[in-house]
Design a protein around this ligand. Structure first.
Ligand code: ADP
Length: 431
């Protein structure tokens, strides 16, 4: 600052001195002050245009106060620039974090309008930002449960399960929390898997209770009826029924146990070369021993002598289930064919019968637990309704698939498809 005073003082005194030589000191000093003021004005103008457009214009180069101001402004500008860069980096990090978030996050304004939404909001709620910016959220999510949640007082807002507006098979857990004053934050999480599991658990408990109720009611009825003095012939007629019902419960519990072991992967899968020709022949012999076997004809069609890499026990259990079903659900003298074929795209074991067949609308649900086409017939033969569910799980563990086709009055076919990688040449298997 003092530099400016010295400069002004020097210029005015020098010109005053020169003016003194011409006897015009005041005039010279006045002109010098005027020129100095003009020069200063020019520097201020330069400063103004530089401030207006610092990228295009140069800062003034005048030493002194103006220069100090320029330097001060430049340092503030640099500070701001680095602060801006830092903020931009934070914003980028925040955006990357919210984009990676699997939950949908939507910032709502005071009127419930969309102020911002992350990437998951598009996938889960169909809300895309900036496209839906300022649109009221109740126009975007019309589910009545959500509308109620939106209007409920913030203190009472509990998470609610809402069907996704994008996919009616998905369930979302939605929550609204207060955010920055009178704003609100809508958070939605995909809960489809949990809801599905909860439903499966409920269905499972209901099914098991239902299945156990019949045999237990029979046993309970007899126990109510009988006492120590009941005549022996009463006991004699009741005992086989009681035994049968107990066996039925036992069978069901052991099937449930097998299923649970398969599902949890508790039991380790063995991988051994299995001679399918021998396996099918053994199962055919076993089938002749079951009580429903009445002059059925079981034929083997072996198109290949290749072996299969599998867990021998599990594979035998799966194929036996299919063959025993074929015996149980067909009439006397029906023909049952067990076929082993190896093709370029895989290998399959087929169990085919010419029984009464299954109506098409049952086929899709046949492998569900406890699903039966003819409940009476299944229970008569001691069926638990779990056989095909076990088969499906065993095949899944072997990367194989079960395909069922059937026609009423013609018969049913159960194809177990195995990937080529599981097929092993006999010569190699015997080494
Ligand atoms: P279940 O213990 O009742 O036999 P499964 O899961 O093995 O249970 O079979 C489910 C249902 O599929 C059976 O109840 C039966 O109605 C039907 N089913 C299975 N195999 C055949 C078949 N070969 N022919 C006709 N119906 C069959």
């Amino acid at each position: 600052m003092s530099w400016d005073y010295w400069r002004l003082l020097t210029v005015v005194s020098l010109t005053g001195f020169v003016g003194l030589l011409f006897d015009q000191m005041i005039l010279f000093m006045f002109i010098a002050s005027l020129l100095y003021a003009l020069w200063l004005q020019r520097a201020w103008n330069q400063l103004w245009s530089w401030l207006q457009n610092p990228k295009k214009n140069q800062p003034p180069t005048a030493e002194g106060m103006i220069d100090d101001i320029c330097r001060q402004i430049e340092s503030v500008r640099l500070q701001n620039k680095s602060r801006k860069k830092k903020l931009a980096d934070y914003l980028k990090q925040f955006q990357a974090a919210t984009a990676a978030l699997p939950d949908a996050v939507v910032v709502l304004g005071s009127q419930g309008q969309v102020a911002w939404a992350n990437t998951a909001a598009k996938e889960l709620l169909g809300i895309s930002w900036p496209r839906d910016s300022h649109v009221r959220v109740h126009n975007l999510i019309r589910d009545p449960v959500f509308q109620k949640l939106l209007t409920a007082p913030i203190t009472k807002k509990k998470a609610k399960i809402v069907i996704s507006p994008v996919n009616s098979d998905s369930y979302l857990e939605m929550k609204i929390v207060s955010y920055m004053g009178n704003g609100r934050l809508l958070i939605a999480r995909d809960m489809s898997q949990t809801v599905k599991l909860q439903k499966m658990r409920r269905d499972f408990v209901a099914n098991v209770s239902h299945e156990l109720r019949t045999p237990l009611t029979v046993l309970y009825g007899y126990l109510e009826l009988f006492d120590q003095d009941s005549p022996a012939d009463m006991w004699r007629s009741a005992l086989p029924v009681m035994r049968q019902q107990t066996q039925r419960m036992n069978l069901m519990l052991s099937d449930l146990l097998v299923l649970s072991q398969l599902e949890t992967g508790e039991k380790k899968l063995q991988h051994e070369p299995v001679d399918i020709s021998v396996l099918l022949a053994t199962i055919a012999e076993d089938a002749k021993q079951i009580k429903e076997y009445k002059q059925h004809q079981i034929k083997l069609e072996l198109d290949s002598d290749d072996w299969l890499l599998a867990d021998p026990g599990e594979l035998r259990s799966a194929i036996s289930n299919l063959v025993f079903n074929a015996v149980k659900y067909t009439s006397e003298q029906s023909i049952i064919v067990l076929r082993w074929t190896v093709a370029n795209n895989g290998a399959y074991i087929e169990v085919r019968d010419n029984g009464m067949g299954i109506a098409e609308h049952h086929l899709e649900r046949l492998t569900e637990r406890f699903y039966r086409v003819d409940s009476g017939r299944s229970q008569e033969s001691g069926g638990t309704g779990l056989g095909l569910a076990i088969v499906k799980h065993i095949l899944k563990r072997h990367d194989a698939k079960l395909n069922i086709s059937s026609e009423i009055g013609v018969g049913s076919q159960f194809h177990c498809f195995f990937p080529v990688a599981k097929v092993i040449k006999k010569s190699k298997a015997l080494k």
